[in-house]
Design a protein around this ligand. Structure first.
Ligand code: FAD
Length: 404
């Protein structure tokens, strides 16, 4: 972490790395930080350290495209993400840190009759759970987002959309810094540049972690390592049904603000929003091959720009400014994996794929409760690792593939 963050007193400098903590959290992304924050805030548990091999927010937390929404397809998923959006709505005040959350509405475009059926199913599930979500026709799409091209002269003309007014975007770095600031104030140490290299597991229980700066004993370990979950769990001899792939995104040079909605098209494999800085932020679907190499590809730029220009021809002369990738830990049913494992005291938080940033607050709340009480909260019970052995998967493919 750059010195400036300590100088400006955003972050508290940690004390020396101790040889024992009650709880060790591996990974200083949005989930690890949120869990530490709610451990302190909701349960008064502060004998905790976060071990981060690089710097906080260096993983997907600082690379994502910041879409926050609750309009999922399964009742389990929608109920879970609904509570996360509600926590995000008050998070700036809660953390005393401006997160620049703007809920200006989210469209999932439908380009076929079949897609409209799926969007209607999602809207019905959402309404039953009190989530503001409805299907609109192409003319209402145009009315709410006058800049979009609803013409027929494109590869996949727009037929309608699932409209989700509470959907929004936020400043992702601020979420990381805001949580980190309050975690530090609670007396929890965040040790950056400390890599976990193994675990001390005996008699079916975790007793500690091995790190690049020596061994630490502890009662509970939470692996909140997202794209690195499989290699980390492997050190504990714990097989996870996770495949890691990359997701790519790019921003254009800043242009005059003209888009205040988030546009997602699963058919076109793209999503678009305009940031507070005026950049167009464009992302796609996860790449279909497993890798830990954060290398971007030209085919992604080519197909993403082609489709974006069909939706927004006004951008034809706009230059691409930056292009990056991040790791995504994909689970077979596109739902997260959270909670206990066959190793006592060893908890996992993974399977966040391309959609986990929006879940950080509620993940933190529920995992902190699990650590504090030893009981799995009802909200995350469906997302246990055990579901892959009991054939009780939660298929979220219809609402989580491209729609981050
Ligand atoms: P991370 O930030 O990846 O944190 C994991 C941390 O663990 C890393 O900092 C890593 O360095 C650390 N670590 C790994 N191994 C070790 C070790 N051995 N020892 C110590 N530390 C270790 N989600 C949304 O909700 N909305 C979106 O719009 C969205 N868009 C995305 C766009 C892109 C391009 C990408 C890549 C992801 C996107 N996501 C989105 C997904 C979301 O970013 C992730 O699911 C979420 O950030 C994962 O949780 P995290 O923040 O805790 O992970």
């Amino acid at each position: 972490m750059k010195d400036i963050f300590f100088r400006k007193q955003v972050l508290r400098r940690p004390g020396p790395l101790r040889r024992h903590y009650d709880v060790v959290i591996v990974g200083g992304g949005s989930h690890g930080l949120a869990t530490a924050y709610y451990l302190a805030k909701n349960h008064g548990i502060t004998d905790v350290c976060i071990l981060e091999k690089s710097y906080i927010g260096s993983g997907a937390a600082g690379r994502n495209t910041t879409i926050i929404r609750a309009n999922y397809r399964t009742p389990e998923g929608a109920a879970f993400y609904k509570q996360s959006v509600e926590l995000y709505e008050h998070l700036s005040q809660d953390l005393d840190f401006n997160l620049m959350f703007s809920q200006h509405g989210h469209f999932t475009l439908a380009h076929s009759d079949r897609s409209l059926v799926v969007q209607n199913e999602r809207a019905e599930v959402n309404k039953l759970l009190g989530i503001d979500s409805r299907v609109i026709d192409r003319y209402e799409v145009k009315k709410l987002c006058p800049q979009i091209n609803i013409g027929e002269d494109v590869t996949w003309p727009i037929q309608g959309a699932l409209y989700h007014p509470p959907g929004g975007i936020i400043r992702h770095d601020a979420v990381v810094w805001g949580y980190a600031k309050q975690v530090g104030r609670a007396g929890i140490d965040i040790h950056q540049g400390v890599e976990v290299t193994g675990f001390d597991i005996r008699d079916g229980r975790v007793h500690g972690v091995k790190t690049s700066q020596g061994d630490i004993s502890c009662g509970t370990v939470l692996s909140a390592t997202a794209g690195w979950s499989s290699p980390v769990a492997k050190m504990a001899n714990l097989p996870l049904p996770i495949v890691t792939s990359i997701l790519q995104a790019f921003v254009t040079e800043p242009v005059k603000p003209f888009l205040d909605k988030i546009i997602v098209s699963a058919q076109m494999h793209i999503y678009v929003s305009q940031t507070d800085r005026g950049e167009f932020l464009i992302g796609a679907e996860v790449e279909p091959y497993p890798t830990y190499s954060n290398k971007g590809t030209f085919p992604f730029i080519e197909y993403a720009t082609r489709h974006v220009l069909e939706l927004f021809p006004q951008l034809h002369a706009t230059k691409i400014l930056r292009h990056w990738t991040g790791l995504c830990d994909m689970s077979p049913d596109y739902s997260p994996i959270m909670g206990v494992t066959e190793i006592d005291g060893f908890l996992v938080d993974c399977g966040w794929g391309t959609y986990g940033f929006k879940a950080a607050p509620i993940t933190g709340v529920t995992l902190a409760e699990l650590i504090a009480t030893g009981k799995t909260p009802a909200l995350i019970e469906p997302f246990k690792l055990e579901r892959f052995y009991t054939d009780t998967m939660v298929s979220e493919l219809a609402a989580a593939a491209v729609s981050h």
